[in-house]
Design a protein around this ligand. Structure first.
Ligand code: TTP
Ligand code: MG
Length: 415
């Protein structure tokens, strides 16, 4: 029996409402109905992680400096984040989701995609029953299971044929929302929404789109792809054009942690182990490519692996786990170089192959949670600079940005 293949996909995007703040209220019911602000201090130190819906009415938002939040909402109740407790509650939410479908992809501590195509009692999730799609009942069941599993927390759900539509939908009617985008209605659903909702449109791309009069997703959908290409480069143009038309084939990946992003190079002329500049130049090029691909997929890695093969075909791999997830070349290169100098013993053997792989991937860096860590702000700047140059790289092709370290390294031959 394989009927599910012919069904249209049914994807849920589940997002907990005001997650950290809701957990605080759950654990201390006297906070119910009050403007709770998690992260930062009443003296205005730190950054807001999230705020209850009551506090949001005053304009308090995630990632806002606490000083601003104090000004907007002086009566706010500021609480220090309790990450351990949030992680524990998150575990319960994910367990409840996994009871419904084996295909659950965590996006962050409070957000997941669920492929529920085969979960409606073995029948088509998009069949109508009493004026509703079967999948709507399943989604309501998911929301109820989350409330039970957590002792009363609410989630919002988006229901659609693909990930992008489901994710946009879940955000539209919070809290405790349920928004369904029936098959075939994606373009009309998206048309009035601002272009910033398109996955991959950051402030710069939004500005570029606004510059040619494209403010709503429907405007992008109607624009000839050639015109978008001239503005954004071929890859981003085709990606945004497809999304704007509600097309997104990405599967729900249940085991992201098993994925990795790597690049390796074999040398026509082996490198001498004493040619540090040559080796480091190659490691930088490999790390640069890995970091670019992580950013393109909106992924961060926790682990960097180095692979070295010598002239006698002996292969050795060494890895290191980083303090914080990253997607910038400086961190990945730094780890690969340290592994090479500290953990690889070549003797007089020459280097035949070098490889760099990023693994232990995550969907979000959790950077705002590390509130007073100076390195985090530094990394955030590095990431945003890298993303800006990615746009140019996509627009002009891979050779466009030549990092200083790569100049004059003619020896690398990609496999
Ligand atoms: P979100 O799901 O973005 O926000 P939320 O759950 O608080 O509110 P919403 O109802 O709009 O979904 O993020 C989940 C948690 O991640 C949030 O409760 C706190 C944390 N977080 C930060 O620490 N910093 C941030 O900048 C964001 C966006 C979230
Ligand atoms: Mg949330």
């Amino acid at each position: 029996m394989e009927p599910s293949r012919s069904w249209r996909r049914a994807i849920l995007h589940v997002d907990m409402d005001a997650f950290f703040a809701a957990v605080e209220v759950l654990d201390n019911p006297s906070l119910a109905g009050k403007p709770v602000i998690v992260g930062g201090t009443p003296e205005g130190r730190g950054v807001v992680s999230t705020a209850s819906y009551e506090a949001r009415r005053f304009g308090v938002r995630s990632a806002m400096p606490a000083a601003t939040a104090v000004r907007l909402c002086p009566q706010g109740i500021f609480l220090w984040p309790r990450m351990g407790r949030y992680a524990e509650v998150s575990g319960r939410v994910f367990k409840a989701l996994e009871e419904v479908s084996p295909l659950v992809e965590g996006l962050s501590i409070d957000e997941a995609f669920v492929d529920a195509t085969g979960c409606c009692r073995g029948a088509d999730p998009w069949r109508m029953e009493r004026g509703r799609f079967a999948i709507e009942d399943l989604a309501a069941d998911v929301q109820a299971r989350i409330e039970t599993a957590t002792g009363g927390l609410t989630a919002s759900v988006g229901i659609a044929e693909n990930k992008f539509l489901a994710k946009v939908a879940s955000d539209l009617r919070k809290p405790r929302g349920q928004v369904v985008v029936p098959p075939g209605t994606g373009p009309g659903f998206l048309a009035p929404l601002p272009v910033e909702r398109l996955w991959g449109v950051g402030p710069r791309t939004a500005e570029a789109l606004h510059g040619i009069g494209l403010r709503r997703i429907g405007n992008v959908a109607e624009t000839p792809e050639e015109k978008l290409q001239a503005l954004l480069g071929a890859d981003l143009a085709s990606h945004l054009k497809r999304l704007s038309q509600g097309i997104d084939d990405r599967p729900v990946e249940a085991h992201l942690e098993a994925r990795s992003v790597g690049r390796e190079t074999t040398f026509a002329e082996f490198l001498s182990p004493s040619d540090r500049d040559g080796i480091e130049g190659v490691l930088f090029a490999l790390a640069d490519d890995v970091a670019f691909r992580l950013r393109a997929d909106a992924l961060w890695c926790r682990t960097v692996q180095l692979k070295v093969r010598d002239g006698k075909f002996r292969t050795c791999t060494r890895s290191r786990t980083l303090r914080e997830p990253t997607q910038v070349v400086e961190d990945i290169y730094g780890a690969a170089r340290a592994l090479f100098s500290e953990r690889i013993r070549l003797g007089r053997e020459r280097v035949r192959l070098l490889g760099v792989t990023a693994s232990n991937l995550v969907h979000e860096p959790l950077r705002q949670l590390e509130l007073f860590d100076g390195r985090t702000a530094e990394r955030e700047r590095a990431e945003s600079a890298a993303r800006a140059s990615d746009e140019i790289r996509r627009k002009l092709g891979d050779g466009a940005i030549t990092r200083g370290r790569l100049l004059g390294r003619g020896r690398v031959r990609p496999r």
